[in-house]
Design a protein around this ligand. Structure first.
Ligand SMILES: [Zn+2]
Length: 225
């Protein structure tokens, strides 16, 4: 079911401030959107800090990225959002952020798909990284199209994250977990290395998805011993 526009605006304001407060975006980086219906998306505008988001600020765009009844420009990364909605008819909300620790993994080309935490194995699985593409170009959405079809959380190399869900709360939760996972992985490496789950431990965790009827899309963790 689609949200009404006022509720979608309130949610964008709420989660813009949360994304900023959590240190998951810098300056005017990042963008949040909600699908209003089959043909329209409400998205944060260009050049506004997320902490300063207000209810009139988000812009309605069509599926070609053109503003509807508005002269303001949507976020420059609206193409990433539209690609996610095109690839995933089930998705109702998208957050593109710049989580610093997870981005550092992509710059160091250190694997971020290491499954080390039980809840991440169950809810996010193996987090894929899309190859680098220049921001704002058509190459960027193209780089992640296939991955977002398979996973609700995707990293864009040297750039940021894309998390999707049924609501902004859902997409934000995945973003927080993605960054928390990266932070713990850094600490584990400082302390001598991240020891993997055994194959049977991984299988037991992945079976929990079925037990709890978790249906979000993940790439199963293939690591372990
Ligand atoms: Zn970005």
């Amino acid at each position: 079911m689609f949200p009404n526009e006022l509720e979608a605006r309130k949610q964008i304001v709420l989660y813009s401030k949360k994304v900023h407060a959590a240190g998951l975006v810098c300056a005017t980086d990042g963008n949040l959107s909600v699908r209003l219906d089959e043909h329209h998306v409400l998205i944060t505008p260009s050049s506004l800090r997320k902490e300063d988001m207000h209810i009139e600020a988000p812009v309605i765009i069509d599926m070609n990225g053109e503003p509807v009844g508005d002269t303001r420009r949507p976020s420059t990364e609206h193409k990433v959002h539209l690609e996610a909605y095109r690839q995933r008819p089930d998705v109702m909300a998208v957050i593109h952020a710049h989580p610093p620790k997870a981005i550092a993994f992509t710059i160091a080309e250190a694997p971020l798909d290491t499954c080390i935490l039980p809840e991440v194995v169950v809810t996010l699985g193996s987090i894929p990284v899309a190859p680098y593409a220049t921001p704002s170009t058509d190459d960027l959405p193209a780089s992640m199209g296939e991955l977002i079809r398979r996973s609700d959380a995707v990293m864009l190399a040297r750039h940021g994250s894309v998390t999707v869900g049924l609501t902004l709360a859902d997409a934000f939760k995945k973003l927080e977990k993605l960054e928390h996972n990266a932070e713990i992985l850094i600490y584990a490496r400082i302390l001598g290395g991240a020891k993997p789950f055994s194959r049977s431990q991984l299988e037991e965790l992945e079976n929990l998805r079925e037990f709890y009827s978790i249906t979000n899309r993940t790439i199963p963790c293939s690591g372990g011993l």
